[in-house]
Design a protein around this ligand. Structure first.
Ligand code: PLP
Length: 407
C-alpha cells in the first residue's frame, strides 16, 4: 500500500471529548454483544423519553417546503426577530437582527466565535472543570486555555480575584458556563457583576454559554450575563437542545450585546464565517418562534412532580447514604458531579474506574477528568433518567467503589 500520509494534524493532539470518547466506543461494542447498559453519560433528553413539545415539530412540518433552499447566513429573519423580542423581555438589549446569529447548535457558534476572535497564542479564560468543547475550540483556533478553578470546596463557584490574577497582555476573553455543565452550579448576580467589571477593566470579551438557561431547581435564580454587561461586549449562547429538549434539531443562537462600534469588527468577521458555511439547517429554525413562546411553561420538569426534580431527589438521597461519594447539590442544568469523599482511595483514577464500572456493572458515565480537571476524583452523571434508574446506578457505583476499597 502506498503511504497516503493521513496522519492527522498535530493540532488535534491536545483535543479531547471524553463524553463521546473511548468509553462510549466500548459501550457500543458491549451493546452489540447484547449487554444491557445503563447509560447516564450524555445530556440528550429525547434518549430518556423527554421529547420536545409537539408544537416545535408541528412548526417545522408546516414549513418543510420553505426549508428547501439556502437561507440567510445569519439565520431565518422571523426567528432572529423573535429572539430579540425574547431577549428584551428578559432585560437584554440586543442591538438589532444583524447582531443575532443562528447556528447548527451552540457547538458550531462556539467554534465560529473563537475562530473569529483568536490570534495564535491568545489566551482564553475558561472554567475548570469546563465543557470540553470550549477547550477544544480554543486550541483548534490557535488559542491557549487559561483555567480558573471552580472547586467543589467552594460550591463550584469561580472567584473573581483568582480570575483576575490569571490575566496577561495576551488574554482576550472570559468564558462563563451558567448554569454549569458539568457541576450544576449557578452564578449569583453579585458574582456576575464582579466579572463584568473585571472584563471592563481589562478589555476582555465576555462569552456566556447559557444553553441550560431555564433549567433551575428550588429557589435558584438565573441571571443572563447580558442583562448586566451594558456596554461591555458580550456574546451570549443559547439554543433548543436542553430546555426545549430538541438536541437533534441542531439549533443554537448567539446574541451580541455591548457597544455597537466596539462589536463591529467581530460581528463582521462572524458574518463572513457564517457566510462561508452558507446557512444553518433551515428546518429546525422554524421551531424557534414557537419555542420562545413556550418559555414560561416548559420548565415543569424541574419543579416538584417533574422528572428532573424527582431524579435529582433520588441522587441527593442516594449520595447522602453513600459510604464513598459526596456531591455539591446541582442548582441548575441536567448533571451532577459527585466526587470521592476526602481521604478515600488517594490514588483513585476516574478513567480506570469508569472503565471498570462499564465492564463489570454495565454503567456508562463520564469521568471528571474528561472536563479538563487535574484531579481525577469526580464522575459526571446526567439527571435525565427515571429516578429508579438513578437509584440503580448509585447502587452499582457503590458496589464498584467497595471493590476498589478492598483491592
Ligand atoms: N455548551 C454546553 C455547556 C453544553 O453542555 C452543550 C451540550 O451538551 C453545548 C454547549 C452544545 O449544545 P448544542 O446542542 O446547542 O450544540
Amino acid at each position: 500500500m502506498p503511504d497516503f500520509r493521513l496522519a492527522p494534524a498535530t493540532r488535534l493532539d491536545q483535543v479531547r471529548y471524553d463524553i463521546r470518547g473511548p468509553l462510549s466506543q466500548r459501550a457500543r461494542e458491549l451493546e452489540q454483544q447484547g449487554v444491557d447498559l445503563l447509560r447516564i453519560n450524555i445530556g440528550n433528553p429525547a434518549r430518556f423519553g423527554l421529547h420536545p413539545p409537539a408544537a416545535l415539530r408541528e412548526a417545522i412540518a408546516a414549513h418543510l417546503h420553505e426549508a428547501d433552499a439556502y437561507g440567510h447566513e445569519l439565520g431565518l429573519e422571523i426567528a432572529r426577530e423573535a429572539l430579540i423580542a425574547d431577549a428584551a423581555a428578559r432585560g437584554i438589549g440586543v442591538l438589532d437582527a444583524e447582531h443575532v446569529f443562528i447556528g447548527n447548535g451552540v457547538s458550531e457558534l462556539i467554534d465560529m466565535s473563537l475562530r473569529a476572535l483568536l490570534e495564535p497564542g491568545d489566551e482564553v479564560l475558561l472554567p475548570r472543570p469546563d465543557y470540553p468543547l470550549w477547550s477544544a475550540a480554543t486550541r483548534l483556533n490557535g488559542g491557549v486555555p487559561r483555567y480558573y478553578d471552580c472547586p467543589a470546596s467552594r460550591g463550584h463557584q469561580p472567584d473573581a480575584g483568582e480570575i483576575e490574577a490569571l490575566i496577561t497582555p495576551r488574554t482576550r476573553a472570559l468564558v462563563l458556563i451558567n448554569p454549569n455543565n458539568p457541576t450544576g452550579a449557578m452564578y449569583p448576580r453579585a458574582l456576575l457583576q464582579q466579572l463584568v467589571a473585571l472584563a471592563a477593566r481589562h478589555r476582555l470579551l465576555l462569552l456566556s454559554d447559557e444553553i441550560y438557561d431555564g433549567i433551575t431547581y428550588d429557589d435558584a435564580q438565573f441571571t443572563p450575563l447580558a442583562a448586566l454587561s451594558g456596554e461591555v461586549p458580550c456574546l451570549s449562547f443559547g439554543g433548543l437542545s436542553k430546555l426545549w429538549r430538541a438536541c437533534g434539531y441542531r439549533v443554537g443562537w448567539l446574541q451580541l450585546t455591548g457597544a455597537r462600534a466596539a462589536l463591529q469588527p467581530l460581528r463582521d468577521a462572524l458574518q463572513l464565517l457564517a457566510a462561508l458555511r452558507l446557512c444553518a439547517n433551515q428546518m429546525g429554525q422554524y421551531a424557534i418562534p414557537v419555542a420562545l413562546q413556550l418559555r414560561g411553561e416548559i420548565h415543569t420538569l424541574t419543579t416538584p412532580g417533574g422528572r428532573l426534580h424527582a431524579t435529582r431527589a433520588s441522587l441527593i438521597e442516594g449520595i447522602a447514604r453513600s459510604e464513598f461519594l459526596e456531591v455539591v447539590v446541582p442548582r441548575g442544568a441536567i448533571y451532577a458531579f459527585p466526587a470521592l469523599r476526602d481521604g478515600l482511595l488517594p490514588g483513585f483514577d476516574d478513567q480506570a474506574f469508569a472503565l471498570d464500572l462499564l465492564e463489570h456493572e454495565h454503567v456508562l458515565l463520564t469521568p471528571g477528568s474528561g472536563f479538563n480537571l487535574t484531579d481525577s476524583r469526580h464522575l459526571r452523571l446526567t439527571l435525565l433518567p427515571e429516578p429508579a434508574m438513578m437509584t440503580e446506578v448509585l447502587a452499582r457505583l457503590e458496589r464498584a467503589l467497595a471493590r476498589h476499597v478492598e483491592a
